[in-house]
Design a protein around this ligand. Structure first.
Ligand code: 57M
Length: 361
């Protein structure tokens, strides 16, 4: 909005020319989201605590360390959602449809998470909305976003799959691109959701991934940089750097309150939406497979669940003491901050490997 209001004034006041630059507006989005999260955070958490009283239901079969977390309110993802939405609406070019696609997935998945959290709290049932219904709504939103993307993107980028480390390969998926894009968005959303089980564990790797994808969006959207790096140029995708800036600022603000011992959890409201946001950004920037590396921590957590469930069904034995992976280390006796900080380190390393795909091709 500021872009539309202030950039036209650049002819009279040269300072407003700054609004032309994605980098300047990304910085604006980071700061706006961060300040907003700090300002509304305390009141929002107070309200969530007052409404929820008993807080997030804690499962009796979970690691014992979590019993002390009883009473912690959830749905702090509302803070993240508000901060992302306001900062993006203020700083992004709102005529850019890619911005709206990513916002649709973020807010849409956030609403699904909100319904799930709400049911968990009002029915005091840790399972919330049925898994099938959650998936159905996610698939519908992701399908709409995928179709929208294909309809506004010129070929062969619209349905092509870029392969990391290979400069000229764009696999033509044709109609199959839509289910693929849906899988990326829904998969990323649920992977972040599975990871969100310890204070600060999910939000920092999400911010790291958002930083990587902010950079990737900027480079992919810039014809000169894209040409130099020999990556696919998606005209208009650079604007997603502003969105990623909002996600980083919102994440930092949320971390202030989620730092151990957490004053609030993000709930499915937060985890489903920010995971979907990363998935949608990777689809628009044609870096879906790079998300698998940059967000490798989320992949590891998800694979641990798949392996655990498959092994238990096939052999009756568990591979991990408890899945997802962070619970395994809790059961082994690692302290919560040890697991969280070590997982952050893994996330940084994976992000660096993911970013190397920009140059190594
Ligand atoms: C989200 N939710 C946390 C909080 C957060 C298929 C199966 C592997 C699914 C998985 C599952 O349900 N995952 C979904 C996990 C919960 O956090 C809430 O949920 C939101 C995210 N959706 O924002 O609102 C608990 O996590 C802790 N927490 C923190 N700090 C935070 O910042 O400490 C969360 C955020 C909170 C709090 O204690 O209550 C969760 O873990 O429930 N299921 C599991 O993860 C369960 N695993 C399991 O059953 N494993 C089996 C099989 C199925 C693979 C096995 O290993 O044999 C475990 N989770 C729990 N207890 N709580 C085990 C039992």
């Amino acid at each position: 909005m500021l872009f539309h209001l202030l950039f036209p004034l650049a002819d009279e006041f040269i300072v407003f020319n700054l609004f032309r630059y994605i980098t300047f507006r990304t910085g604006g989005a980071v700061i706006t989201a961060l300040v907003l999260a700090f300002v509304i955070g305390p009141t929002l958490i107070q309200r969530l605590r007052a409404r929820q009283r008993l807080g997030q239901p804690i499962r009796a079969d979970g690691p014992e360390g979590h019993f002390g977390k009883r009473g912690t309110p959830t749905m702090g993802g509302l803070l993240i959602l508000i901060a992302i939405a306001v900062s993006t609406l203020l700083w992004a070019d709102l005529t850019n449809q890619y911005v709206w696609i990513v916002l649709l997935v973020t807010v849409g998945f956030g609403l699904i998470g909100f319904a799930d959290d709400y049911l968990k709290l009002t029915r005091r049932n840790p399972r919330g909305l049925s898994g099938r219904l959650k998936l159905l709504f996610q698939v519908l939103i992701a399908g709409g976003a995928g179709l929208w993307f294909v309809s506004i993107t010129p070929g062969p980028l619209d349905t092509g799959l870029a392969i990391p480390f290979f400069k000229d390969v764009l696999l033509p998926l044709g109609i199959l691109f839509i289910p693929f894009a849906m899988l990326v968005m829904v998969g990323a959303s649920n992977a972040v959701n599975l990871t969100d089980g310890l204070d600060g564990l999910a939000i920092v790797p999400v911010m790291i991934a958002a930083g990587c994808f902010g950079l990737i969006s900027y480079l992919v959207g810039n014809v000169i940089f894209a040409d130099y790096l020999q990556i696919n140029h998606v005209a208009g995708a650079g604007e997603l750097a502003v969105f990623c800036g909002g996600l980083i600022g919102a994440g930092l603000g949320f971390l202030w309150f989620n730092a151990p011992p957490a004053m609030v959890f993000m709930g499915d409201t937060g985890s489903l939406s920010i995971g979907g946001a990363l998935g949608a950004t990777s689809v628009v920037t044609k870096h879906e497979l790079v998300l698998l590396i940059v967000g490798g921590l989320f992949v590891l957590e998800t694979v641990s669940v798949i392996v655990q469930v498959a092994s238990f069904k096939l052999t009756g034995r568990r591979v991990f003491r408890m899945a997802p992976l962070h619970h395994h280390f809790e059961k082994k006796g690692w302290a919560e901050p040890t697991i969280v900080i070590r997982f952050w380190i893994i996330a940084v390393v994976l992000a660096l490997i993911g970013l190397s795909t920009l140059k190594l091709r």
